[in-house]
Design a protein around this ligand. Structure first.
Ligand code: COA
Length: 434
């Protein structure tokens, strides 16, 4: 049977395909913009067909009807990263969070987290009978490779990407055709604080560096400050519209990269239609699974890699919590530690944690004497490199506890410095001198 006949034979409705999810089984769904929202909606609409099904994923951008109130007994969420839509379910007990480095997630599906059914979203097959996983290769490819059953939403609006993003039609058990626009994340609105942080981060970036950046106001602010740089490269877990602008301005070309020169490397993509159009059939964009992009050893092959991430709070020793407010899980480690460690191992690598000095409209300092009770240490004090706020840059690597505390106080919001200084003087039995 050729691939076209196989595809036709395996083409079915969402309802028919989803009936193969076993009671008590584990379903892994595609990530972020690559989430097969249609399949997940149909699954939740027919909740009475399913009993004690675990639904496992990282960020989701759909409605996540399956983990709303009233779904108990039918579905339970296992979060590998807590997102805006799943936060309530996890904190209300309809879900659980599994701590895990992003680069290890693909391997979890080979062993600790066996997959019964993978729900993924793919492009229509190309002339060779290959589908592309488009904007979500990350853990999605390995979840599918290890699943007993693979159900794919075939979306002709999914961009066709290159790299290690392909699956053969024969590797997918059921195809459900459903065209839908991808979710779009609009660029963040930048205030003076974000712009100052962006400028501080950009002051550490040199021509020819390779960048890892996340999504949101701070990465956008950093990218805005890079318009005069040359020959920058991208090796990241994800990138967004800000990178497209720098490619079009001739700033990002990857010419100085040691690993995959000329290629923008990522494992997932999130942004607007402009980004999705840019990556579609673009051979300069190389999408790989997270156990490659995020493996610290692979990250370290990029000399001069600069990794910029954010956190919830940092204590005076330089321990950073990036995923919970106290015990309340609000996100996950994601790829933060993968890149922090990769940058440490790279020749001339730098990792930066950048964040506004305060949260809650200035009421809470993000630089604190102690992390909140119950807060997870995401990036340890041994791993931390540079901390940046709108007030400056604190280079912590190789510094004593006393030096770290002093540097961190110098970039805290002035309103909170007296309290931090009092803690400094108590802890180190000495007078604080700026
Ligand atoms: N105390 C109490 N609440 C705090 C806080 C603090 N110190 N810092 C942040 N918050 C609250 C905010 O008020 C906000 O609450 P809301 O959702 O009710 O508005 C929420 O936590 C998120 O904070 P915000 O500043 O909007 O987050 P962000 O979009 O800048 O993201 C992280 C910051 C840390 C959550 C995010 O960078 C992350 O998840 N990092 C870990 C993963 C990672 O680094 N991956 C690699 C890059 S993709």
């Amino acid at each position: 049977m050729n691939w076209k006949e196989l595809y036709q034979e395996r083409l079915t409705s969402a309802e028919e395909a989803l009936k193969h999810i076993p009671d008590g089984g584990r379903v892994v769904t595609g990530h972020a913009v690559g989430e097969p929202a249609y399949l997940m909606t149909v699954m939740a609409e027919n909740k009475e067909w399913f009993h004690n099904v675990e639904v496992c994923h990282m960020v989701s951008l759909g409605k996540d009807e399956y983990c709303q109130e009233g779904m108990e007994g039918h579905f339970h969420h296992n979060a590998l990263f807590v997102g805006a839509n799943t936060k309530k379910a996890v904190n209300d007990g309809r879900g659980d969070y599994t701590p895990c480095f992003f680069y290890e997630i693909p391997r979890l599906f080979e062993s600790e987290l066996p997959v019964d059914v993978a729900l993924i979203m793919v492009t229509p097959p190309d002339e060779n009978g290959k589908v592309s996983l488009g904007v979500s290769v990350d853990y999605t490819k390995d979840a599918a490779k290890n699943a007993k059953i693979v159900i794919a939403q075939v979306n002709d609006q999914m961009p066709y990407t290159y790299g290690d993003s392909f699956m053969d039609v024969s590797e997918i058990d059921y195809f459900v055709e459903h065209s839908a626009p991808l979710p779009e994340l609009k660029p963040a609105v930048l205030g003076d604080v974000e712009k100052a942080i962006g400028a501080n981060c950009a002051s550490l970036i040199k021509d020819g560096d390779t960048l890892q950046l996340g999504i949101g106001a701070i990465p956008d602010a950093v990218l805005l400050c890079l318009k005069d740089k040359k020959n920058l490269g991208i090796h990241s877990e994800m990138f967004s519209d800000g990178v497209v602008e720098l490619v079009e301005a001739g700033v990002v070309n990857g010419s100085a990269k040691q690993l995959l020169p000329g290629k923008m490397v990522a494992n997932f993509l999130m942004g607007t239609k402009r980004l999705y159009d840019f990556v579609d059939h673009n051979k300069d964009v190389a999408m790989y699974p997270a156990d490659y992009t995020n493996d610290p050893v692979v990250v370290a092959k990029n000399d001069h890699i600069i990794c910029i991430n954010s956190c919830v709070q940092v204590d005076l020793m330089g321990q950073a919590c990036s995923e919970s407010v106290g015990l309340k899980q609000i996100s996950g480690v994601g790829g933060q530690v993968d890149f922090v460690r990769g940058a440490s191992m790279a020749a001339h690598g730098i990792s930066i944690l950048a964040f506004p000095s305060t949260a809650a409209h200035g009421k809470i300092s993000k630089i604190v004497p102690f992390l909140d009770e119950g807060a997870a240490v995401t990036t340890s004090r041994n791993d931390i490199d540079y901390v940046i706020t709108e007030y400056g840059i604190a280079p912590l690597k190789g510094k004593t506890l006393r030096q770290r505390a002093k540097l961190l106080i110098s970039i805290a919001h002035p309103d909170f410095r007296p309290g931090l200084i009092a803690e400094f003087e108590k802890r180190f039995h000495c007078t604080y001198e700026a």
